[in-house]
Ligand binder design. Structure first.
Ligand SMILES: *Cc1c(COP(=O)(O)O)cnc(C)c1O
Length: 495
């Protein structure tokens, strides 16, 4: 059964799955959404017997209908292999009364690897299917984790180049070192003097610039996006919710068909939207618990129905969630507006012009499965220490936001539905915040000394991703203004 993807801003703009992956973004800033989400017609018991790749094929083949079985299986095999440090790919562990879904066992130790290790395969397959003879240029804005995961995924992939922009003062030292030491010959990295939203706005602007697209075309290039707005990121992220659920079925913790809740530490709203899409496919989810840090735009939105980005941008200990414009929320807005592009357009126009919009009561009612809350930096530090005290398990700062919000939700509602918490990064990526939360006396140590301290504290071996950057030379040292982004991309491409 095949269906098309359609722009959230223009009902007449459609694309096949492979075209949507190639384009990344629809015209005028619209996002591609599936016309339908087919039911997952395989039983949870059957899925429980499959490994990660097997589940990935079942879920992704329902969504990417113009990929052949052979093509999709080749993409999955290439992605979920020994790049991950465990055969389970995404292990589920029980701590603090919840099932922690560890999504950080890939090459760059953040959950972005789950999708970005397969995106290059999906994209190059899509290019072949659509007879694209241009070199594909991936443009990416990152709040810290997407950047390195995309660089690692696309490094030296023939027919592609990749340019990454990150907020110069808005990422952790380990995150920055990971990016600026990237060796791939087709890669480019620049820090911008601004925040993540500036980087994301600059990238979106280049995407929607028709003149620039024509110029690139003439020179043999074509832009595409590795950001979480690309359905080539969203669809692979649906997989691990189904996978985690079926691991609980397999372990006998829940029965097939039982309801679960999911808690997701949220920034751009991609990860939690993937959980929602998985539920539309048939995953029994009662509540989607959206956890924010001090940049609590989404908490305010879910409590009031008003989205308002007019506020100070706060740099926190969970930098990958320091975002005021959660791009993927548009897909949910479009859906609760009854798949109405005109209505969505109006709201997004308000967002662009006034920095805010308000949904109707009826739309708000359609959001009844979503619950929002947030955790302050002090609460994050507290919960890291508490959970460590319980059984020695060390949370990263982003996962800690989720765990803190999980505690608040339970206190408010007394809901005891089995809960999966998405753990989005290894604590080794945010060593300073994590170690000083557990032992403030260690604050005077250097970043890599803290890495060794964390090994002692957690009894978890230092991941390769961290060891390999200890002494790696800086390859990328460009810093630019947001106005200069287009110029530096052209220079990188030599045009
Ligand atoms: C990107 C990221 C998030 C936020 O995910 P979204 O899909 O943007 O909501 C949370 N935690 C970590 C560690 C991340 O890298």
């Amino acid at each position: 059964m095949s269906f098309l993807y359609r722009s959230t801003r223009n009902a007449n703009e459609t694309a096949t799955a492979s075209e949507a992956i190639l384009k990344g973004l629809a015209e005028n800033g619209g996002l591609f959404v599936p016309d339908e989400i087919p039911a997952l017609d395989v039983s949870f018991e059957e899925l429980a017997e499959m490994d990660y790749k097997g589940v990935a094929y079942e879920v992704m083949s329902r969504m990417l209908t113009d990929f052949t079985e052979e093509e999709l299986k080749a993409c999955i095999d290439g992605a979920y292999d020994s790049k991950f440090d465990t055969d389970l790919i995404a292990p589920v562990k029980y701590h603090h009364g919840a099932y922690i879904l560890e999504l950080f066992h890939g090459k760059t130790i953040a959950f972005k690897d789950m999708a970005l290790s397969i995106l290059p395969y999906l994209l190059t397959t899509a290019a072949k299917k659509n007879n694209i003879d241009k070199e594909i240029v991936i443009l990416t804005a990152t709040s810290g984790d997407t950047g390195k995961a995309a660089l690692a995924g696309f490094a030296d992939v023939p027919g592609t180049r990749i340019a990454v922009f990150y907020p110069k003062n808005g990422v952790s030292p380990i995150q920055e070192k990971q990016m600026v030491t990237e060796k791939g010959a087709n890669t480019f990295v620049a820090g911008i003097t601004g925040n993540f939203d500036d980087a994301q706005t600059g990238v979106k602007k280049m995407f929607s610039d028709k003149k620039l697209a024509a110029y690139l075309d003439e020179k043999g290039f074509q832009f595409s996006s590795a950001n979480s707005i690309n359905i080539g990121r969203l669809v692979p992220q649906m997989v691990y919710y189904v996978y985690a659920y079926t691991r609980l079925v397999k372990a006998g913790t829940i029965a097939a068909g039982d309801m679960i809740n999911v808690v997701v530490p949220t920034g751009n709203f991609g990860n939690i939207l993937a959980a929602y899409y998985a539920s539309l496919m048939g995953l029994p989810v009662r509540k989607f618990i959206c956890a924010s840090n001090d940049n609590k735009v989404l908490f305010d939105f879910f409590t009031t129905g008003k989205y308002d980005r007019n506020r100070d941008f706060i740099l926190t200990s969970s930098p990958s969630m320091d975002i005021l414009i959660s791009s993927n929320l548009e897909r949910l807005i479009y859906r609760v507006a009854g798949n109405d592009a005109d209505k969505n357009n109006e709201l997004m126009k308000n967002l662009a012009e006034k920095g805010e919009y308000e949904i109707t009561e009826e739309m708000k009612e359609n959001l009844y499965q979503f619950y929002g809350n947030y955790a302050t930096q002090d609460e994050v530090a507290d919960v890291i220490k508490t959970v460590y005290g319980e059984d020695g398990y060390v949370l990263d700062t982003h996962t800690a936001v989720a765990v803190s919000v999980f505690d608040k939700y339970k206190k408010e509602t007394a809901d005891d539905t089995p809960t999966i918490i998405a753990s989005t990064a290894s604590p080794y990526k945010f060593t300073r915040s994590v170690v000083t939360a557990i032992d403030p006396e260690l604050a005077g140590k250097g970043d890599f000394e803290l890495v060794d301290e964390l090994e002692n504290i957690s009894q978890v071996k230092v991941p390769n991703a961290v060891n390999e950057i200890r002494t790696a030379p800086v390859v990328h040292d460009t810093v630019c203004d947001k106005e200069e982004m287009e110029a530096v991309v052209k220079k990188f491409l030599g045009i």
